[in-house]
Design a protein around this ligand. Structure first.
Ligand code: TK8
Length: 339
């Protein structure tokens, strides 16, 4: 009945329509309220993972910790949400690592093009000593890194031309994330990179401010980029992790048992997110082509050529940021490869 529906919506997270985030708990009865915001929309596995986090935390604290979920940059872009975590005015966000490099520069090494040979190796490294060091480094920035989630391998779309080889990047205006390595790598390929917050991207493509962008297939499809892009190439040029971040101010005042609950919930919800995300990234190509996007296959040889062109960028930044840590990352990747 209508009244029942209204009540459910009141108890739901503020997600624009309320339906998916319906909760049996109520924020007014909770001791701790987590405002959690992400940049992607509510179709993306990142949001489904966040809903899983909400479910786990609320049920394990019997509603004493309540999670309000926001998507589509409703609370701001990745950088703004991290700043809000530092101030303690927002509790959770799940950015890509690229913008985190503006807070902790070692993160830039994770975003080197063609660094991780596959997703399993990336996750091995992130869940090992390298990943732990990077999560620990966030504490000085008033943030706590609770778990590694996954955005995935990034691919190129544009509205100008089919991109099959490195030469085809020439002259394309491409939106990049706000990250020095990405900027330098696309410059090296002869493109005109334009750093921009994710929330401004769709309009920028629609208005022709940029010719193209690069993101994993799940994002390209689920954000409807096919409406404003004509070409897709599986460049796989960089692996992009997500980090589940909590405000340190908020985390520190939680009782120990609640700290453990949020930590485990971020991990468990992350496992679900990663599984869903890989499925989408692997399965959405046909759907994208059905929407009228032309698919250009990038051969391993073409990818190898791209990797050679951007290699000097990786070397330059490794030297500039932290050569020892870069070496540690390379060894950890080699070790993971042997397992
Ligand atoms: C969402 C972003 C996005 C990232 C980007 O907040 O900016 O292109 O891939 O998913 O983190």
């Amino acid at each position: 009945d209508a009244d029942q529906t209204d009540n459910e919506n009141e108890n739901a997270s503020n997600n624009g329509n309320g339906e998916e985030a319906a909760s049996e708990y109520n924020s007014s009865e909770a001791t701790h309220v987590i405002e959690a915001g992400i940049g992607l929309n509510n179709q993306h596995p990142q949001y489904h993972g966040l809903l899983r986090f909400k479910e786990i935390v609320e049920s394990e604290t019997d509603g004493d910790v309540y999670v309000e979920t926001y998507h589509s940059s409703q609370l701001g872009d990745d950088r703004q949400m991290m700043e809000a975590l530092q101030l303690g005015s927002q509790e959770v966000t799940i950015p890509s690592t690229a913008p985190i490099a503006n807070f902790v520069e070692q993160y830039a090494i994770l975003d080197f093009p063609f660094l991780f040979p596959d997703e399993e190796i990336a996750m091995d490294v992130l869940n090992g000593d390298i990943g732990d060091q990077l999560l620990d480094a966030l504490e000085d920035q008033e943030m706590v890194g609770l778990a590694w989630w996954e955005n995935g391998y990034r691919d190129l779309t544009n509205s100008v031309q089919a991109v099959a080889t490195a030469e085809d990047f020439q002259g394309l205006t491409i939106r990049t994330m706000e990250n020095e390595v990405h900027l330098a790598a696309f410059q090296e390929l002869g493109a005109n990179p334009t750093p921009m917050a994710f929330g401004e991207l769709f309009t920028a493509m629609q208005q022709g401010t940029v010719d193209g962008q690069e993101n994993p297939l799940a994002t390209i499809y689920l954000e409807g980029f096919y409406e404003v892009q004509d070409h897709y190439s599986d460049t796989n040029h960089v692996y992009s992790p997500f980090v589940f971040l909590m405000s340190k101010q908020f985390y520190d005042q939680l009782p120990d048992d609640y700290q453990e609950i949020v930590r485990n919930a971020a991990q468990e919800a992350g496992e679900y997110q990663i599984e869903e995300n890989r499925k989408q990234n692997n399965e959405l190509l046909d759907a994208l082509v059905d929407e009228g996007v032309e698919y250009t296959e990038v051969t391993p040889e073409a990818r190898e050529e791209m990797a050679e062109i951007v290699q000097p960028v990786n070397e330059r930044f490794a030297e500039q940021i932290d050569p020892d840590f870069a070496e540690e990352v390379y060894s950890a990747i080699e070790e993971a490869q042997q397992n």
